[in-house]
Every structure is written in C-alpha cells, then in structure tokens.
Design a protein around this ligand. Structure first.
Ligand SMILES: NC(=O)c1ccc[n+]([C@@H]2O[C@H](COP(=O)([O-])OP(=O)(O)OC[C@H]3O[C@@H](n4cnc5c(N)ncnc54)[C@H](OP(=O)(O)O)[C@@H]3O)[C@@H](O)[C@H]2O)c1
Length: 276
C-alpha cells in the first residue's frame, strides 16, 4: 500500500471504521494545542494516522523536545504529512506569535487548498487544587490562570478562523477539550471549573455566530495523565481522591475521533465520553 492510499483505522466497530475513514481521509490542516503529552499528544498521533497525504499538523506547547520527538515519530509513520512544531507559552497570549505560527505552518500552501481545517483547543492547566475559593486573594495568579485557559484559547481561535476565512467550501471544525467541571461544580477546583465553563460558553456562542463551523465541546472523562496525577496529589476532597483509575488517552481519543467522524452532534454541544 502506498503512502497516498494508506489509511490507518483502528476503531472498535465497522460502522466507526467506515465513517472515520470517509471523514478523515482528506487534505487537512490540523492544529492541536497541548500536544506534548497526555490527551493532546495521543490525539495528534491519531489524527496524523488518518489524514490524507499533503495534510499539515501544527503542534503547540512549550516543550520543544517532546514536540520534536512527536514530529519525528509522525513523519516516520506518515512521510507525506507535514508537521510543524510551535514552541510557545500560550499564557503570554502573544497575538503576533500565534499569527506567525499558523502562517508558518501554512507556508507554501493556500488555506483554500485544505478540504478540512481543524483546530483542537486541548491546552489546559489545573490550577492549585489545594486552594478553596476563599484562599484566592492573589489577583496575579487568577489573571494568569484565565490568560492561559480562556484568553489564549479565544485569541488563537479567532486567528485560526481568520486564516481559513477564504475557504468557503472547506469543512471547518473547532474542538474545545472541556470537562465535567464545565457543567458541575467541584470543591477545590474553582478556577478550573470556571475556566472550563467559560470556554464551553464561548464555543456555544461561536456555534451560533458561525453556522458553517462545526463546534464541539468534548469532555474526555477522567484520563490518566500528568494533570490527573496532580489532581489526585493535591485535592483534599475524598470524592476526587477516591476516583480510582482513569481512562487511557487512547480510549478517550478514539471516542472523540469517532464522534467527529459520525458528525451528528449539534454544533456547540457539550458531549461527554460517557454520553451514549
Ligand atoms: N486528564 C483528565 O482527567 C482530564 C479530564 C477532563 C478534561 N481534561 C482536559 O484535557 C486537556 C488535556 O489534559 P491532559 O490531562 O492531557 O493534561 P496534561 O497531560 O497536563 O497536558 C497539558 C498540555 O497542555 C500544555 N500546556 C500547559 N501549559 C501550557 C502553556 N502555558 N503554554 C503552552 N502549552 C501548555 C502542556 O504542554 P507543555 O507543558 O509542554 O507546555 C501539555 O501538552 C486539558 O484541557 C484538560 O483540562 C483532562
């Protein structure tokens, strides 16, 4: 099988396999934030396996080494997929840097030449889960939290959509990595819950404003990553501490890939891993 017709499918049911192949096997520009580890890294690997030759992946995080090893692995597996590494601290919300990353990844290709433009806002931080609401007396740490978890997402999203504004015929998809915390309050996670709720609402508004963009707020369930380890270490809430083993990144990313491919969610919806 040549690179041009190689499509790697590893999903649980034939129905998923067929829809996933049809949906993903297109020239795609895919941006994934928080791609250095955890859910974002696994998702980037899975997207890379499915998209058509000549596709472009833009992987963003602060960790040059991890992104470099991911780029190398993807390029070995899919030499016809171009991978750009965007090493940046998203908490700086530097518009010109973000603009530069998307422009550089597009270099040599017109935005209209992509059949699918996909932006996955996966970046996230937990905040300090040792703290109660009444402990949050420091403006700087609150503002820093929302710069990374809300403001940078809003700005990068607008920059992404502007780059693809001229692609009238192309599919456009925006995924926000959400959480159960966007819709349910959890003690010890006040900033995290607030940031996730704000992100969900922002993307619901986007879905209203841009009917041609498919928008999904995906809650991945409890997943075994460094964020979950931090949560179990820090939280003083028994309900959280006794949460048990989480999902693997593979299982939750497979679910997301299949959800996108099935394409039956209402744009702007909050869909949880555990939803039927
Ligand atoms: N794990 C769970 O149980 C769970 C549950 C619900 C929702 N989620 C959500 O899923 C998403 C991914 O979570 P995860 O568990 O995979 O977390 P993780 O393992 O901690 O990964 C977080 C990612 O975000 C990047 N990141 C953090 N701060 C950054 C910054 N200032 N600038 C640029 N990149 C930054 C990290 O990259 P660098 O450190 O290399 O920069 C890393 O790639 C998050 O939005 C999280 O809220 C996770």
């Amino acid at each position: 099988m040549s690179e041009s017709d190689s499509v790697h499918v590893n999903f649980s049911s034939m129905e998923d396999s067929a829809s996933v192949t049809d949906y993903w096997n297109k020239k795609t520009f895919a941006l994934v934030t928080g791609a250095s580890r955890g859910i974002g890294r696994t998702l980037a690997e899975k997207i890379a396996k499915q998209i058509a030759p000549e596709s472009v992946l833009l992987l963003i995080s602060r960790d040059e080494k991890s992104l470099g090893s991911l780029k190398q692995a993807i390029e070995t597996d899919r030499p016809a997929v171009r991978v750009y590494v965007g090493v940046t601290d998203l908490s700086t919300c530097d518009e010109s840097a973000l603009n530069g990353l998307v422009s550089s990844a597009l270099a040599g290709d017109s935005a209209e030449s992509f059949a699918h433009a996909l932006c996955v806002h996966n970046v996230g931080s937990l905040g300090d889960a040792t703290k109660r609401c009444s402990d949050l007396t420091q403006t700087t740490s609150c503002v820093d939290y929302f710069r990374l978890n809300v403001a940078s997402v809003v700005v990068l999203n607008a920059i992404f959509l502007r780059h693809f504004a001229s692609g009238k015929q192309q599919r456009k998809t925006v995924v926000n990595m959400s959480s159960l915390c966007a819709v349910e309050p959890f003690a010890s996670l006040s900033l995290y819950c607030t940031g996730k709720a704000a992100r969900d609402m922002f993307f619901k508004v986007l879905a209203k404003e841009e009917p041609e963009v498919r928008v999904l707020n995906y809650a991945p369930g409890p997943v075994e990553t460094s964020m979950r380890s931090q949560l179990l270490d820090q939280s003083w809430i028994d309900e959280i501490k006794s949460g048990g083993l989480g999902l693997t990144t593979t299982v939750t990313c497979d679910r997301l890939m299949a959800l996108l491919a099935r394409d039956s969610y209402a744009s702007g919806a909050h869909v949880d891993y555990y939803d039927s």
